[in-house]
Design a binder for this molecule. Structure first.
Ligand SMILES: Cc1cc2nc3c(=O)[nH]c(=O)nc-3n(C[C@H](O)[C@H](O)[C@H](O)COP(=O)(O)OP(=O)(O)OC[C@H]3O[C@@H](n4cnc5c(N)ncnc54)[C@H](O)[C@@H]3O)c2cc1C
Length: 338
């Protein structure tokens, strides 16, 4: 499908891209987002929807998924489309504008904002061959709704923030929670580790350190038990299991973007203070953009999105100022336009 020509196409529906979509509408530009995931929110939706965030201005604390919903509502104000489930694979120049291509669609555009975060990311898979057939049938790569594990025996594999967050969150919701990690060193927030250890001490959660997956045992085509191997003693133990949540981190891939002739440093796109990449009409903002002093935070992504969109709007409409003025005075919001 070929979409209509837009002033700006944003790659990525993370917090940076969602705010950029709103901002483009506010500046009177036609815009759209293309994202590989099947939901907006980037890392917040895919990696930590149930975590509280404390350092977004104006929110003393906010669940990551609630911040995404608020950003979606703000972005929806101007009715600009978000195309989900499409990986941007190619960039071409055509008839004086640019064209982004996914497997199925073409997005002609006058400018591009790359807000692709850490790239199109996918969960790191369990290395044991016995796990492969169970992906999508008992081994879940994303847990987005904790109610889905209600009454089921859950085994979480990993020793980082996600593993401990989910172990803590699912305790009391799942029939049982078992945490399995290859060592006894954890890469999770101290307070969460302590909370899970308290659950273990109280017998509410089981924890197997120095253990790894050894075998999957099924009954009637469903996972029934996991056999875990003690990596030191070389013994095995079986634990009841309906659902496995591997929390082994993510592999991210910049994919095609790495080959667009942009200057990259450690998989990040180098930009100047205007968020320009060096290739005309292409800007970058958020986690994927780098410059001296860069902080990879939601807050900085918002600021960078505003800079990039204002520059892009001025690029497309040289008669429009880069400086947006104040939203509190804008006619587009029904305010006095001065
Ligand atoms: C566990 C955890 C906790 C965090 N806590 C905080 C916190 O408390 N405060 C804070 O400020 N920050 C926090 N962060 C960091 C914060 O989430 C990031 O800074 C933020 O998500 C960056 O937003 P972004 O929009 O730039 O990129 P992302 O959120 O990564 O979104 C990028 C989007 O681009 C899409 N994409 C990439 N490549 C393509 C492609 N080729 N085609 C189509 N789509 C593509 C991806 O699918 C993704 O949806 C945390 C991060 C993690 C992992």
């Amino acid at each position: 499908m070929r979409h209509e020509l837009r002033d700006l196409t944003i790659i990525g529906a993370g917090p940076t891209g969602l705010f950029a979509l709103f901002y483009a509408g506010m500046r009177g530009a036609t815009a759209q987002i293309v994202d590989a995931l099947d939901q907006p929110g980037g890392q917040l939706a895919a990696l930590y929807p149930e975590k509280l965030i404390f350092d977004v201005a104006g929110f003393p604390e906010v669940l990551a998924k609630d911040l995404v919903h608020a950003l979606e509502r703000q972005a929806a104000r101007f009715g600009q489309p978000i195309h989900l489930g499409q990986v941007v694979q190619a960039l071409d120049a055509e008839d004086g504008h640019l064209v982004l291509r996914t497997e199925s669609d073409e997005f002609p555009t006058k400018t591009i904002l790359v807000a692709a975060g850490i790239g199109a990311f996918s969960p790191r898979r369990l290395p044991q061959a016995c796990a492969a057939p169970w992906y999508g049938n008992g081994i879940e790569e994303h847990v987005l709704d904790p109610t889905r594990v209600a009454g089921r025996h859950v085994v979480i594999i990993g020793g980082g923030d996600s593993a401990f967050d989910w172990a803590h969150q699912l305790q009391g919701r799942a029939a049982s929670v078992t945490l399995v990690h290859r060592s006894n060193r954890f890469r999770a927030h101290h307070a969460t580790v302590e909370a899970v250890q308290a659950d273990v001490a109280a017998g509410r959660t089981a924890m197997y350190t120095f253990h790894e997956l050894h075998e999957v045992h099924a009954v009637d085509g469903r996972i029934h038990e996991l056999e875990l191997r003690d990596v030191k003693a070389k013994t095995t133990v079986r634990v009841r299991c309906d659902v496995v949540l591997p929390m082994l981190g993510f592999v991210s891939d910049l994919g095609a973007i790495a080959h667009w002739g942009l200057t990259l440093v450690k998989h990040e796109i180098v930009v100047n203070s205007h968020m320009e990449t060096g290739r005309e009409g292409i800007y970058a903002a958020g986690d994927i953009a780098t410059y001296p002093g860069k902080l990879k935070l939601i807050a900085t992504g918002f600021g960078e999105a505003a800079v990039a969109v204002n520059e892009a709007v001025h690029h497309v409409y040289p008669g429009k100022k880069i400086d947006p003025g104040h939203s509190s005075n804008m006619a587009v919001f029904g305010q006095k336009d001065d």
